[in-house]
Design a protein around this ligand. Structure first.
Ligand code: SF4
Ligand code: SF4
Ligand code: SF4
Length: 188
């Protein structure tokens, strides 16, 4: 709950989806995959996140309704089949089992983030009012589109920068790729 509060619910009011860009252990592994391409994920697939989110809420609800005592069953105690540690490992295992093939199928390391990750939907809400944003510098954009091609989250940063606007998309994970690749330093 502490992790969720800081990284995913209240923290994003300040640093948006910085957790996704800098701290997520799933994405850390995905970023190492040997995939050179960064193809945009077709928008129709990004809606799969919504039923996944509903299922991810439903599963714990069913077990709690069936009498699972999450307040008193602690990690390292009762390593039975419903133990929290096993849930944690199984949950993360499911992430990797889905995320690695998706990255190769869609030729995009973070395809999982765009298509499946239910947590992204939680973070998008507070991120909509985030204080920290990528923004245009005083240098003029030459419309080379390198930022668009290298954005891992298909944000299309050029659209914002060209118009002199901050990048307000809740898909932006503040990874700095666009800033680092820009040949004229138009993004800060
Ligand atoms: S969208 Fe999900 S998997 Fe991707 S970086 Fe964010 S929390 Fe991690
Ligand atoms: S490349 Fe830029 S716009 Fe895209 S996610 Fe990273 S910081 Fe945000
Ligand atoms: S990389 Fe820089 S110059 Fe090129 S389109 Fe993006 S903001 Fe403009």
């Amino acid at each position: 709950m502490i992790h969720y509060a800081i990284a995913k619910v209240f923290g994003p009011i300040f640093f948006g989806r910085g957790f996704c860009g800098w701290a997520c252990w799933t994405a850390a592994f995905l970023d190492w995959l040997p995939i050179a391409e960064n193809k945009p994920v077709p928008k129709k697939y990004t809606f799969i996140r919504f039923p996944v989110f509903a299922i991810s809420i439903l599963i714990p609800y069913i077990f709690i309704a069936k009498g699972y005592d999450f307040m008193h069953t602690h990690i390292y105690e009762n390593l039975g089949k419903y133990d929290q540690l096993i849930w944690f490992l199984v949950g993360n295992g499911i992430y990797y089992v889905l995320a690695i093939p998706l990255a190769f199928i869609f030729k995009k390391k973070r395809a999982f983030c765009k298509i499946i990750c239910p947590v992204s939907l939680v973070m998008k809400v507070p991120s909509s009012i985030a204080l920290l944003r990528m923004e245009p510098s005083k240098k003029e954009c030459i419309e080379c589109k390198l930022c668009d091609k290298n954005c891992p989250m298909d944000v299309n940063p050029m659209k914002y920068i060209k118009e002199g606007k901050k990048i307000t998309s809740t898909e932006c994970i503040l990874c700095d790729n666009c800033k680092n690749i820009c040949p004229v330093g138009a993004i800060k």
